[in-house]
Structures are given as structure tokens and as C-alpha cells.
Design a protein around this ligand. Structure first.
Ligand code: AMP
Length: 467
């Protein structure tokens, strides 16, 4: 099936060709004709499936009859509203809309919090047909009467499950109350919890359910691996793994903003160029960091789930879960950043004993067992005696930017190579529960500044004088 078979107009077919797409993805094949026919849609699709084009292309086609080059703001009322949970996702959708609308005289803008409202107000005043917004900032504009939603014909709620997680559902309900009752509505979510179904009942009329087949939930081009690891050695293992793949870009996920910043700091101190992106960073900082990562200038990006929404990088080779997410669906979201559009990807998870139940939940959701590989020297249970010494070795002894010889081989958990009685206690699944659990530090200990190296000549001179 081609895009032309889906009934898209020439302006959109041209844009799709320019984007380099040859065939529609499964979600696009299903969603585009239904949305073109004017029906409401409840779409179950993960990121990485092509869902953005799946709703943007037919949305543009339905608005194409309003396309005009008039200068009066009255000629450009807001006709489509796309709500996204985060700034990053909103920007990503906006960029898609801009790309696909290249050959149509339709205006689009993106409004999100954390930046000055005045520029957004100027743009809205001039008239704009498509508004992509985060819920909070949209309501700010509603309150200030700088946006009029009375002529909205199409509403898209993207990543509704994430909206729920982030507490946006009351905001969404307030926004729904401001929209005309006769409109087309599309809701996309990776999961359909009872709460999402309740929202869908309120928002959609006789929706067509479109779900990408379960087996596509995790891209088949991604290789998964779990490294069981002593909690206190996680960051050293991370540094070790990154050093053994010099030049490979990686997106590293953590659960909290605190660990996010500290881990990036630790990696930099270990000679691995890294930066952090999380909700407390300013929009400008986030944009700059993302741009550096997207352009390949930054090697490692450490991110929280929320900040990573919308990170869309072609050919990102590796996603690393420094900490497992607490909901299995987030694992799918996270690793969906790699292995995109047919490229190969690697999903690495560093898992300590405390996280084992989350691993089981993830495996239940993705319906397969992730292979476990212990990196010798970092196995669960080794941190009690060795954490301090290893930390020194992993973080500072190796010169910056130089890849060390591997200290250990990657071993299968059942191998028990050279570990003697200690390793025999390690359970078949890689975790040793006979040791008391040492919790992961809430905050990573501060690194002392590295000692400046003294030039060799100075040392020799000193020795010479003593003689
Ligand atoms: P999404 O699921 O919307 O985040 O899209 C995932 C990635 O797939 C983005 O990088 C898109 O540019 C890309 N993409 C979307 N549709 C297609 C297609 N039909 N063929 C190839 N790549 C696509």
C-alpha cells in the first residue's frame, strides 16, 4: 500500500516524498482513511510507530479547504488543537506539522510554558489555524483571552496516558468544556487504563478503535540486554560500558531529576561527555542540550522520562536504563527512542536486586524474557566489600577520553566463570539475595576535584635538586 492509495492530496504526497517515506506504517494505513472520513479515533500506538504522521497528514487534509494566503487574522481562526504532555513532544509534533504542511497555506504554532508569553500572544493575534500546545500554557492563554477556541473543528490528544501520569486530566477536562461540541476528536495513548477509557467516553463520539498489533509494541530491530549489577556499582558499570563503546551515542534514563544531574556530572568527571535534561532546566537549556545531542556533538544524554518525551533522533544506537522505570509501559516508551524506522538499536538495562520486580513486570508486558549478562566484577552482591576501590578505578584512574582494556569479560549469569564459591551463590537469574541489600544512594556522593597533574619535568627537577 502506498500513501497515494490512502487518498492523500498531492500537496501532502509531495511532503511525504520529501520526508523520505516510501510506504505508510501500519498505524498510518489504519488511521489515515478513518480520520479522512471524519470519524473520531481512539488510537493505541507507541512512539516510534509513525503515529504523528498518522494523525497529522489527515488533519492537514481536512483543513486544506481552509488554506488561504489572506493577511487578516479573521481568515486564520484556530481550527485544530493538538495537545501534548510536554514541551519536547509539542515541539516535535509542531515540527512534523510544519514539515507536512510545507505545500499548504495553513499556519501552525506551538505554545508551551517556561517561556515568555508575549511572543506566543503576537503569533496567536495574527491568526493561526493549527495550535500545538501543552495544557497548562493553553489555559494561561484562555485565561488572558489571547486564544479563541470557538472555531476548533479538530482536537488531538497525544500521549493521553502520559497526560494522566502528569496530572493533566483536570486541565484537559477544562479545555474540552471550551471547545465546540461538533468537532472531530482523536485520542492517542500507549495504554488504555480505566481512567483513559473514561476520558475517551467523554471526549470521543462513536470512535473507531485503532491499535497497532501487540507484536509491534517493541521494535524487532532492538536487541535487549539486562546487566544485573550491585546497586552501589551502577554508575561505575555505566562508565565502563560507555568506555568500551567509544564514540557510541547513548540516551541514559534515570528516575529522578537529582540523579539525572549528578550522573551527568559523574560521567563528565570520568571523561565521558554528557549532559542532563530534566524538568527543572530552562527551556533554552533543554533546547540547547537536545540540539547538541541530535547533532551528535554531545555523546551521552542523561534524561528523566518526562524530559525525554519527544526526543526523536534518527539512528540513535543505544538507550540505557540506569534505573528501570516503575511502570512497564515506560520501558517501551524509553527504548522506543532507538531502533526507529528500521534501524538497529540496543536497549541496555542496569538492574539491581531492588528492581527485580519491575523487570518481571516489563517482561510480562513485552512478552519475552530479556537476556541477562553479568559484567564480571560488577555482579550483585559485590558492592559491600568493593564499592570504594572500584569507584576510584572506574572514575578516575583511566585517562580522559581513552578507552581502557576491558578488565573483565561479559559473562552469562549461569557461567560462574572464575567466581568460586561467591559466584555460585548468585541465583540463576543473576541476582544474589543471600547478601543484605545495600540501597542505591539517593544522591550520588560528590566527587572531589581531580588533582592537577604535575609536569614530568617539574618532578625530575625536584628530584635533581634534592640530590
Ligand atoms: P512517531 O511514532 O510519530 O514518533 O514517528 C517515529 C519516526 O518514524 C519519526 O522519525 C518519523 O519521521 C518516522 N516515520 C513516520 N512515518 C514514516 C514512514 N511512513 N516511513 C518511514 N519513517 C516514518
Amino acid at each position: 500500500m502506498s500513501f497515494a492509495d490512502l487518498g492523500l492530496i498531492p500537496e501532502l504526497l509531495q511532503a511525504v516524498t520529501e520526508a523520505g517515506y516510501t510506504d505508510p506504517t501500519p498505524i498510518q494505513q489504519q488511521a489515515i482513511p478513518v480520520i479522512l472520513a471524519g470519524r473520531d479515533v481512539m488510537g493505541g500506538a507507541q512512539t516510534g510507530t509513525g503515529k504523528t504522521a498518522g494523525f497529522t497528514l489527515p488533519l492537514l487534509q481536512r483543513l486544506a479547504r481552509h488554506a488561504n494566503t489572506g493577511t487578516s487574522p479573521a481568515k486564520h481562526p484556530t481550527r485544530a488543537l493538538i495537545l501534548a504532555p510536554t514541551r519536547e513532544l509539542a515541539v516535535q509534533v509542531f515540527e512534523s506539522v510544519q514539515g507536512y504542511a510545507t505545500h499548504l497555506a495553513l499556519r501552525a504554532t506551538c505554545i508551551y510554558g517556561g517561556v515568555d508569553m508575549n511572543t506566543q500572544i503576537q503569533t496567536l493575534r495574527q491568526g493561526v489555524e493549527i495550535v500545538i500546545a501543552t495544557p497548562g500554557r493553553l489555559l494561561d492563554h484562555v485565561q488572558q483571552k489571547t486564544i479563541n477556541l470557538a472555531q476548533v473543528e479538530m482536537l488531538v490528544l497525544d500521549e493521553a496516558d502520559r497526560m494522566l501520569d502528569m496530572g493533566f486530566i483536570p486541565d484537559i477536562r477544562r479545555i474540552l468544556a471550551l471547545l465546540p461540541a461538533s468537532r472531530q476528536s482523536l485520542l492517542f495513548s500507549a495504554t488504555f487504563s480505566d481512567e483513559i477509557k473514561k476520558l475517551a467516553d467523554q471526549m470521543l463520539r462513536n470512535p473507531q478503535l485503532i491499535e497497532v498489533a501487540r507484536r509491534n509494541m517493541v521494535s524487532e530491530t532492538i536487541t535487549h540486554v539486562v546487566h544485573p549489577v550491585a546497586a552501589g556499582l551502577k554508575r561505575d558499570l555505566l562508565a565502563y560500558l560507555l568506555r568500551n563503546q567509544p564514540g557510541m551515542q547513548a540516551l541514559v534514563f534515570v528516575d529522578t531529576k537529582l540523579v539525572c544531574g549528578q550522573l551527568a556530572h559523574f560521567l563528565n568527571r570520568s571523561g565521558i561527555a554528557a549532559d542532563a535534561i530534566h524538568g527543572d532546566k530552562s527551556q533554552l537549556q533543554r533546547t540547547e542540550t537536545l540540539d547538541a545531542f541530535k547533532s551528535g556533538h554531545l555523546r551521552v544524554l542523561v534524561a528523566t522520562d518526562v524530559a525525554a518525551r519527544g526526543i526523536d533522533i534518527d539512528e540513535l544506537p543505544c538507550v540505557i536504563n540506569f534505573e528501570l522505570p516503575h511502570t512497564a509501559e515506560d520501558y517501551v516508551h524509553r527504548i522506543g527512542r532507538t531502533g526507529r524506522a528500521g534501524h538497529k538499536g540496543r536497549a541496555v538495562s542496569l538492574v539491581c536486586a531492588e528492581e527485580k520486580h519491575w523487570l518481571l513486570e516489563i517482561q510480562k508486558l513485552i512478552k519475552f524474557e530479556i537476556p541477562q549478562e553479568i559484567v564480571l566484577g560488577f555482579a550483585p552482591g559485590t558492592e559491600v566489600a568493593e564499592a570504594g576501590g572500584r569507584h576510584e578505578r572506574a572514575s578516575r584512574a583511566e585517562p580522559r577520553g581513552k578507552t581502557p582494556e576491558p578488565r573483565s569479560k561479559v559473562a552469562k549469569p549461569r557461567g560462574n566463570r572464575g567466581g568460586g564459591a561467591r559466584n555460585e551463590q548468585i541465583a540463576a537469574d543473576g541476582f544474589d539475595f543471600s547478601r543484605p541489600y545495600v540501597p542505591m544512594p539517593r544522591s550520588l556522593p560528590a566527587e572531589p576535584p581531580p588533582q592537577p597533574r604535575r609536569p614530568v619535568a617539574v618532578l625530575l627537577g625536584g628530584l635533581g635538586r634534592r640530590k
